[in-house]
Design a protein around this ligand. Structure first.
Ligand code: IPM
Ligand code: MN
Length: 332
């Protein structure tokens, strides 16, 4: 008998509250149907709602829930997003942010052949928190790039690429940020020599253009933190929109999975949120626990449902979140 995996569930605000329960439903269905897969879900609050009530967007008990679980499913947070997700990533030392941008058939993607995975450095760069007001009208931001973090993300990216059979591209702006992105590229080079693997480097602005024109030339894209933030949203735009994309924050001992979409206040509460991104978070979580076959089955059920329906309104359909979720569960 294997032990139940403890999963912290933090739906947050807006459509996170509709999408994350859908993912949980799918994981429950997977666990029900298979020997050796068992989850213990523990729920916590984060985001605008809990801040209004308690004054804190990330209550200590939620942080402890996440650091005490094997993995977490996080939905979205509204205005307080940065105060929730950045500390949560830090709490589990989630150094790698994995953001697949794969186009699915039937969703009208601008680039239907795209199959990319952004591997974003998730701990430093301009997210290191060193911003200052020097004098009236004069502000600064210190960008931190270390050899350790650069090597760590490079190793993760190369290993991920090898495992999934992707090429590796490294995005940078070392022509301008010579010292910091110079350090980043040095970290990548060190690891590539150690692992004896190949890669190419591309200036991030040029890469933005190339990705839009022809993303099929690329596979894994290893990026410094902010470049990964921007480029992954850019790619989301040409594979069918934020409603379809999942991301994983991977630490040395635990991981947190979150849809790339936000709270979508325009449709929140209407029960029509697209649950695809959250359910794909569930697939990623299964794979993280090495339930590979179950993860693949969820991906297949999602792919079929995207192609054949039912679909939520963002994809031109009329189905509710529950109807789409039920269709995916049925296909399992
Ligand atoms: C993301 C978001 C976050 C980020 C914000 C909410 C802090 O844009 O997950 O991409 O910049 O990392
Ligand atoms: Mn972002």
């Amino acid at each position: 008998m294997s032990e139940a995996k403890r999963v912290a569930v933090v739906p947050g605000d807006g459509i996170g509250r509709e999408a994350i329960p859908a993912a949980q439903q799918v994981l429950d269905a997977v666990a029900d149907g298979r020997e050796g897969i068992d989850f213990e879900f523990v729920s916590g609050e984060a985001g605008d709602r809990v801040q209004e009530r308690t004054g804190s967007a990330l209550p200590e008990e939620t942080r402890e829930l996440v650091t005490g679980a094997d993995a977490a499913l996080f939905g979205a947070a509204g205005e307080t997003a940065a105060e929730v997700i950045i500390p949560l990533r830090r709490a589990i030392d989630a150094f790698a942010n994995v953001r697949p941008a794969t186009a699915y058939p039937g969703v009208g993607a601008l680039q239907p052949e795209a199959d990319l995975v952004f591997v974003r450095e998730n701990t430093e760069g301009v997210y290191a928190g060193h911003e200052a007001d020097l004098a009236p009208g004069v502000t600064t931001l210190t960008r931190v790039i270390t050899a350790e973090a650069s090597e760590r993300i490079a190793r993760f990216g190369f290993e991920y690429a090898a495992e999934h059979d992707y090429s590796v591209t490294v995005a940078h702006k070392a022509n301008v940020m010579q010292t910091t992105d110079g350090q980043f590229l040095e970290g990548v080079a060190t690891v590539s020599e150690e692992l004896d693997v190949e890669y190419e480097t591309v200036l991030m602005d040029a890469l933005a253009m190339e990705l839009v024109r022809d993303p099929t030339d690329y596979g894994v894209v290893i990026c410094p933190n902010l470049a990964g933030d921007v480029l992954s949203d850019l790619a989301a735009g040409f594979v069918g929109g934020l409603g379809l994309l999942a991301s994983a924050n991977i630490g040395p001992e635990r991981a947190l999975f979150e849809p790339v979409h936000g709270t979508a206040p325009d449709i929140a509460g209407q029960k029509v949120a697209n649950p695809t991104a959250a359910i794909l978070c569930g697939a990623h979580l299964l794979e993280y626990f090495e339930f590979e076959a179950a993860g693949a089955d969820v991906r297949e059920a999602v792919t079929e449902t995207l192609a054949d329906g039912p679909r939520t309104p963002d994809l031109g359909g009329e189905a509710s979140t529950d109807e789409v979720t039920a269709a995916i569960v049925d296909r399992l």
